[in-house]
Design a protein. Structure first.
Length: 738
């Protein structure tokens, strides 16, 4: 029977079709036509029109596909993470320099900074966004654009989580589970080196430890760094200083969307704002809002100028931090005065959210009760109190500049800030199922769609001063399991654990750092809990935490007898006679319980059943695409199991050699299998680092356990409750609890 070749893309198949058709035309159809008509010139003309272009297109497709195959890398989607750019006052003296720097061959790093240490709001991010929308950049970086916003508070596991997300975006695969920023950066660098040049934008960097992970690998890539700390940029990088706007640019920004202003008033307001972009935007927004309500433009401008003069610095110097603070306070207050009392308080609430992150409306709906949220968001955006109100994916959200966020935090006392955090926490708690009074809320039962609360609950508990609830949350492994399942990784849990220091939490943080890479997606999902509990057992300081969690885990489950790794004993292997039949390496063999049949598995993609008496093949099983690895007979001899490189295990009826069931669940090669002594269960082990237990009656996997590396072999103890698994991490004893 003919078998279709696998692994060929549509391009290579279409290329062969076009090339074959063209050759048939050139070698058969056109010569026959030439002989029949005698008009060679006409036939040659049609050859140029039809056959040659078709064959050329076919060859192009074949060469392109062959190049992709030769690199060993599948084609991946080109990411382009440039933020939206809706409104921009161009600064050509900076834009052209930045564009030239990023399109110059051999440049590995370009920096946008200010001449003022620690000063923000000069338009570095806006300029970086502008250049990312230029067609020259799209041509220069065929591998795509990655963008990450850092900020002053992003460190440790939180930084690693953001790097992991970039890696998954670039590679189009699973989210890496690396909690060390340098390790995460090394993996990102490895992915950057496998494709075309990529532009990596590192926005709002504050410390060298934030930049170091991004400097691994990526030899053909360029990093664009925006920072308010000029000393972060190495001397070899191309530096572009972004400071105050030119007078013409500042006046254009003041007058944008406002009619009826005299040039003198425009120049006055631009000077009062120190030509500082963040303040110019606030002044412009206040002008537009007042004129929209019917106030004449000159009158509105005069009111704003009076406030800046009366409450701002006498002579605004953007280089002076105190002047910047007073100028922002005066301008923000002018905009706050245009809000209703309710919206004014809502604006101040924005200060409780983490730095450098967009605020989703799902979170604001929890915090702002008693009225619609969308009109408030639109009003804040129109007044420039938020940078933007976005409605595009990933969903409605507010974007707040960190200069404004920092100012809003000064408008409330610490007690008022804690009360706002507590208000949000209580709103989240109201979404939980009813629980016994006096017990901590079951946070792990939060609705799945409150994504913000899942990410930042620990942050708000900490800033609300509710450290008792925070410690109870972090010491409950149900939260660890639920959050790891929600985000596909336990890295974010490690970031939560960094908020508190107690002996138990310190021990848990260290343990998760070691085993966090095991806590990714797994099927069946309940196996995540078994993996978590199994590898935390026996760790000093965690006994009570693990025991409380373990008692609530669903049965059946697999767990290590002890977390310590055993050394595999030396073993002597007897020789096996070589019987002809396989055309590839023979990987394993097993006798049937009655000793009359021998099965062998091979790299040639077959499992063979032999008659021991006369050493002849009685049946060949060919259903595994690829090599066949594991093999086992059930104790009663009724079933035979095989495992293969296709990621499946298969059960066969030994009597008639018919396929009984296909067991799917492993990802990658399934290395070994073993029946329980009573034949009711089958254990399998694979390269995906899992051991799985299957019921032979219904061919369903009902428990699993993940290890730190591939599991190569599995065996049952005669007692039917103990297993031994061996692989790259050593030998492990497991207990099956029915």
């Amino acid at each position: 029977m003919r078998r279709r070749r696998t692994g060929e893309s549509w391009r290579i198949r279409l290329g062969w079709i076009l090339f074959g058709t063209a050759m048939a035309m050139l070698l058969v159809a056109l010569p026959v036509w030439a002989v029949a008509t005698g008009d060679v010139n006409k036939v040659a003309g049609w050859a140029n029109i039809l056959a040659l272009p078709v064959s050329a297109l076919g060859l192009v497709l074949l060469v392109a596909e062959t190049r992709s195959v030769r690199t060993g890398q599948p084609e991946r989607r080109r990411p382009w993470m440039a933020p939206p750019l809706d409104r921009m006052i161009e600064r050509p003296e900076l834009g052209e320099r930045l564009l030239t720097a990023l399109t110059t061959p051999g440049v590995s790093e370009v920096g946008l900074s200010t001449g003022l240490h620690g000063a923000g709001g000069f338009g570095k991010t806006r300029l970086a966004t502008w250049v990312c929308h230029r067609p020259e950049i799209e041509c220069q970086y065929p591998g795509g654009l990655l963008w990450v916003t850092l900020g002053q508070e992003v460190q440790g596991a939180d930084l690693a989580a953001r790097i992991n997300e970039l890696t998954a975006t670039l590679a189009g695969g699973d989210l890496p589970m690396l909690s060390d920023p340098d390790a995460a950066g090394a993996e990102l660098g490895r992915q950057l080196d496998t494709g075309h040049p990529v532009l990596v934008v590192l926005d709002d960097a504050w410390e060298d430890c934030q930049l170091r992970p991004f400097r691994f690998g990526g030899r053909d890539c360029t990093r664009l760094v925006t920072t308010r700390i000029p000393d972060l940029l190495p001397p070899t990088s191309g530096r572009i200083c972004v400071d105050a706007m030119s007078p013409a640019q500042a006046q254009q920004m003041i007058a944008d969307g406002v009619t009826g202003l005299s040039p003198e008033m425009v120049a006055r307001l631009a000077n009062l704002a120190g030509r500082w972009p963040v303040l110019l935007n606030l002044v412009n927004a206040a002008l537009r809002r007042r004129t929209d309500r019917g106030q004449p433009a000159e009158s509105a401008a005069e009111d704003i100028a009076h406030r800046l003069t009366a409450e701002g610095p006498a002579a605004f110097d953007p280089a002076c931090a105190e002047d910047r603070g007073r100028a922002v306070a005066a301008t923000v207050q002018a905009s706050l005065d245009l809000l209703t009392p309710t919206d004014r308080q809502r604006c101040l609430d924005l200060a409780i959210f983490p730095e450098d992150m967009d605020i989703p409306l799902t979170a604001l709906r929890l915090l702002w009760t008693g009225g619609a949220v969308e009109p408030t968001c639109a009003e804040l955006a129109s007044l420039g109190l938020v940078s933007d109100y976005r409605l595009d994916p990933p969903g409605p959200r507010l974007v707040v500049h960190d200069v404004l966020r920092a100012h809003l935090r000064t408008r409330r006392t610490a007690t008022e800030q804690a009360a706002a955090h507590a208000q949000l926490i209580d709103a989240v708690a109201a979404q939980l199922p009813a629980h016994e009074a006096g017990t901590p809320p079951p946070w792990w039962l939060m609705p799945a769609d409150i994504d913000y609360a899942w990410r930042y609950l620990a942050y708000h508990l900490h800033h609300a001063g509710r450290d008792d609830l925070l410690v109870a949350l972090l010491c409950d492994l149900r939260w660890t399991e639920a959050k790891a399942r929600k985000f596909g990784s336990a890295v974010s849990v490690e970031a939560d654990l960094a908020l508190v220091n107690t002996p138990a939490i310190d021990a848990l943080r260290e343990a998760l750092h070691r085993i966090g890479h095991l806590l990714g997606p797994i099927d069946p999902p309940a196996a995540l809990g078994a993996t978590l509990a199994g590898w935390l057992r026996g760790i000093a300081g965690l006994e009570d935490i693990v025991d409380r969690y373990r008692t609530g885990l669903p049965r059946p489950l697999l767990e290590p007898v002890a977390p310590a790794t055993l050394r595999p004993p030396a073993a002597a292997l007897g020789a096996v006679a070589a019987w002809a039949g396989h055309i590839g390496d023979v990987i394993g063999c097993a006798f049937s319980p009655d000793g009359t049949t021998l099965t062998t598995t091979s790299d040639d993609g077959t499992a063979r059943l032999w008659s021991v008496a006369d050493r002849t093949t009685t049946h060949v099983l060919r259903d595994h695409p690829g090599g066949v690895r594991g093999r086992a007979f059930s104790p009663d001899g009724a079933l035979f199991a095989s495992t293969g490189q296709d990621g499946t295990a298969r059960l066969w009826n030994a009597a008639d050699r018919s396929e009984y069931a296909v067991l799917t669940g492993h990802i990658g090669v399934v290395r070994d299998c073993a029946f329980a002594p009573d034949g009711a269960l089958l254990a399998t082990a694979g390269d995906d680092g899992t051991v799985r237990i299957w019921r032979t009656a219904d061919a369903r996997c009902h428990c699993a356990l993940r290890f730190a590396g591939p599991v190569l072999t599995i065996a049952w103890h005669p007692d039917g409750t103990t297993l031994c698994a061996g692989g790259g991490t050593g030998v492990h004893l497991l207990t099956y609890l029915p």
